[in-house]
Design a protein around this ligand. Structure first.
Ligand SMILES: [Zn+2]
Length: 130
């Protein structure tokens, strides 16, 4: 199923459905509501990371996190080994950790336009739109 909110990710788990596409463009779900987190009320990956930890990410082929003022990528995208497309344009990323992509063999596109990136890892350059 295609999910567009964190609630739908939880629903997919409860109903035993496979998540194939995660689309969280300019999503209010990316604003932190965790009072224990230093980024509460600000854009933060903690809720998304906690939610992704609950589900099987093997079937996810597309992840769209564009337009969320993100300063880092959720660490658990490294479990999306069948990811084809990653849309992270229009965020605040200054670097990309290429170790997150080590297990992705089908990755075809990373859209990084509109980020203040200092550099793009050499091994990811051919996949990137920037
Ligand atoms: Zn947080």
């Amino acid at each position: 199923m295609i999910v567009t909110t964190l609630r739908e990710i939880i629903f997919s788990m409860q109903s035993g459905q496979r998540v194939s596409k995660i689309i969280l463009k300019s999503s209010p779900d990316m604003l932190c509501t965790n009072l224990m987190c230093e980024k509460v009320t600000l854009p933060c990956m903690c809720k998304l990371e906690a939610t992704l930890n609950k589900i099987n990410l093997d079937y996810c082929t597309l992840l769209d996190l564009s337009g969320n003022s993100m300063t880092s990528l959720p660490y658990n995208i490294s479990r999306m080994k069948n990811l084809n497309e990653l849309h992270i344009q229009n965020n605040l990323l200054v670097s990309i950790d290429d170790t997150l992509f080590e297990n992705m063999t089908d990755l075809k596109l990373i859209n990084v336009t509109g980020n203040p990136l200092q550099r793009i890892p050499e091994n990811l350059k051919k996949l990137c739109i920037f």
